[in-house]
Design a protein around this ligand. Structure first.
Ligand SMILES: *Cc1c(COP(=O)(O)O)cnc(C)c1O
Length: 292
C-alpha cells in the first residue's frame, strides 16, 4: 500500500509554526496510526501462512474497524471480540460490512484475551492473534517509520496516546533519525503516567520523552464543553477534522502549552494526526449539545 501522508501547516488563533502530519489521509478506515501499527503485523501473519485475523476492542474501536478493513483488503478473514453487551453502532456496522465476524463478550472475560483466543480458536491453525489496539513490538516498528518520512527536523513532535505503542515507535524513530526532536505524548486516559512503563516495554531509552498527563478531560472517551468547543473552533478555522477521543485532546494540549509560553519563538512543532475520525460517532450526542 502506498502511503499518502503529507505535512500541512495550519493557522489557528495564535498557533505559530505548527504543522500536521496527515496520517488521517492514509485511509478512511485503516486510519492513521492503526495502519502504521498493522503494517508489519499483517506481513507477519502472511509469512506465517495465517488466513484469519482475530482481535479485540470496544464498541467504537478504531482498531477493530482498521483490522476489519485491512483484512478485507489483504485477503484475510477477520473476527473481532467486542467488549460488553451486544450493541449496534456505525463502527460495528462498518466492521460487519467489511466482513468481520463479531463476538460480544462480558467485561470480565474480555480481561483475558489469550483465554478467549484459545477458547474459540485453539483448533484453527489459520487464526492469528492481534492484541487490543494492535499493541506489539511489530507495531512500534511501523510507527517508527513515520519519523523516517519527515522531510525536515522538528523541535517538538506531539501525539495522543491510548496504549502508548505509537509513542514507543515514534521515540524509537526519533532516537534513530532525529535525535534532537522532543517527543510530547498526551495520554487520553486518566493517570497517564503508566504510559511511560508501556513505552519502556518496547523501548528502554526514554530520552527526549515528555508526558503531559493533564489533558485527559476526565478520562478515556470523556469530554466536556471546553474540549468540544475547542474542537469545533479548530475544525471551523482550519478545515481539519479532529476526533474528540484522541486528536482534539492533543491539539488542545499544544494550544494550552502555547498559551503558557512553553515554546520558543523559532521552535518547529509537528502534530501527528493519528486519524480515528470514526470516533466522532461515539460522541455524537455530546457533540450535538454544543452550539454548532
Ligand atoms: C488508537 C488511537 C490512538 C492511540 O494509539 P496508541 O498506540 O494505543 O497509544 C491515538 N489516536 C487515534 C486517533 C487512535 O485511533
Amino acid at each position: 500500500m502506498n502511503i499518502y501522508s503529507p505535512i500541512q501547516e495550519i493557522r489557528f488563533k495564535n498557533y505559530q509554526n505548527i504543522s500536521v502530519k496527515r496520517d488521517d489521509l492514509i485511509d478512511p478506515y485503516i486510519s492513521g496510526n492503526k495502519w502504521r501499527k498493522l503494517k508489519y503485523v499483517l506481513e507477519d501473519a502472511s509469512n506465517q501462512q495465517k488466513k484469519h485475523l482475530v482481535t479485540f476492542g470496544g464498541a467504537y474501536s478504531n482498531h477493530l474497524l482498521a483490522t476489519a478493513a485491512a483484512a478485507a483488503r489483504f485477503g484475510f478473514k477477520s473476527t473481532g471480540f467486542v467488549r460488553g453487551e451486544q450493541v449496534e453502532n456505525e463502527t460495528l456496522l462498518l466492521c460487519k460490512l467489511f466482513g468481520m465476524h463479531l463476538i460480544f463478550v462480558s467485561r470480565e472475560s474480555y480481561q483475558n484475551k489469550e483465554a478467549l483466543f484459545t477458547l474459540h480458536f485453539k483448533n484453527d491453525q489459520n487464526a492469528y492473534f492481534i492484541d487490543e489496539g494492535g499493541a506489539s513490538l511489530l507495531a512500534t516498528k511501523g510507527c517508527a517509520e513515520i519519523i523516517a518520512e519527515l522531510p525536515q527536523t522538528y523541535t517538538h513532535l506531539f501525539c495522543a496516546a491510548g496504549t502508548g505503542t505509537t509513542a514507543a515507535g515514534l521515540l524509537k524513530g526519533i532516537q534513530q533519525y532525529q535525535p534532537n526532536t522532543q517527543l510530547h505524548v498526551i495520554p487520553v486516559l486518566k493517570g497517564g503516567d503508566f504510559i511511560k512503563d508501556e513505552i519502556a516495554k518496547y523501548h528502554e531509552d526514554l530520552t527526549g520523552l515528555h508526558l503531559h498527563t493533564d489533558y485527559h478531560f476526565g478520562g478515556y472517551a470523556k469530554t466536556n464543553t471546553l474540549l468540544l468547543e475547542f474542537m469545533r473552533n479548530f475544525i471551523q478555522e482550519t478545515g481539519l477534522l479532529l476526533d474528540p477521543v484522541y486528536t482534539a485532546k492533543m491539539m488542545y494540549a499544544i494550544y494550552d502549552l502555547q498559551q503558557h509560553n512553553y515554546f520558543k519563538e523559532n521552535d518547529q512543532i509537528l502534530a501527528l494526526h493519528t486519524g480515528g475520525l470514526n470516533g466522532i460517532w461515539g460522541m455524537k450526542e455530546k457533540i450535538s449539545q454544543i452550539t454548532l
